[in-house]
Write a protein that binds this ligand. Structure first.
Ligand SMILES: Cc1cc2nc3c(=O)[nH]c(=O)nc-3n(C[C@H](O)[C@H](O)[C@H](O)COP(=O)(O)O)c2cc1C
Length: 202
């Protein structure tokens, strides 16, 4: 009888600890939002396994886009040579991104979002492409954080140089380079505007 009670206790504890482990390893959505910050120092020499990169991009594909055109594309510099080529084309951001595991060039195809049967739909025209690209990038950086990675979106980059280096077609607009890796610093929380400057309720 004593043995049975002991065995039951061990089994119960194992189940409890498995649940606790699962819930503690998967961050809540709010944790992801709050802990995602722009990281400007990465751990050197750390790779991200290909399977995890695939998982990241598959999740990013859930981002909405105009008529589901999915205009965003990524060019992933994974090899040392490719990363070095990108680092030389991001000016002063090089110091921040030098140890990133992967550098992503984010682009969107023009003439897709904001258009219907080839005609501009409203005054925002191609800006809808940038809008949809931003949504994809937002999904990407949040999924990256949920997976334990960190990111830095960099708008300061040499788009002509990147286009030439990675054969990016002329019908794609290059928006940002995104550093992806493992944080080597704890960032400060940015100051956010008071809510009443951000939203007006009617
Ligand atoms: C479109 C865009 C371009 C950015 N470009 C740069 C950049 O070139 N260099 C940089 O260090 N940070 C860049 N940032 C990061 C912002 O400075 C950062 O998001 C902002 O200060 C808020 O901080 P947080 O991301 O930690 O919340 C960029 C962010 C966005 C969204």
């Amino acid at each position: 009888m004593k043995r049975f009670v002991l065995l039951s206790a061990v089994i119960s504890l194992s189940v409890l600890s498995a649940c606790t482990t699962n819930s503690s390893t998967a961050p809540s959505f709010d944790d992801v939002l709050i802990s995602r910050r722009s990281i400007r120092a990465y751990e050197p020499g750390r790779e991200i396994p290909e399977a995890q990169l695939q998982e990241l991009f598959k999740a990013t594909q859930n981002a909405p886009s105009w008529a589901n055109f999915q205009p965003t594309k990524y060019y992933a510099a994974v090899s040392k040579e490719a990363r070095e080529a990108v680092l030389d084309l991001i000016g002063g951001n090089k110091n921040s991104a030098v140890n990133a595991s992967v550098l992503l060039i984010s682009t969107f195809e023009r003439g897709k979002s904001g258009f219907f049967q080839g005609q501009q739909t409203n005054e925002l025209a191609e800006e809808w492409g940038a809008h949809d690209n931003g949504l994809s990038n937002a999904y990407l950086i949040l999924k990256a954080r949920a997976m334990g990675f960190d990111t830095l979106i960099m708008g300061m980059r040499d788009s002509d140089g990147l286009r030439a280096q990675f054969n990016i077609p002329e019908n794609e607009t290059i928006t940002a380079v995104i550093a992806l890796g493992y944080r080597a610093e704890e960032p400060r929380d940015p100051v956010h505007k008071p809510l009443d400057e951000f939203v007006k309720f009617f």
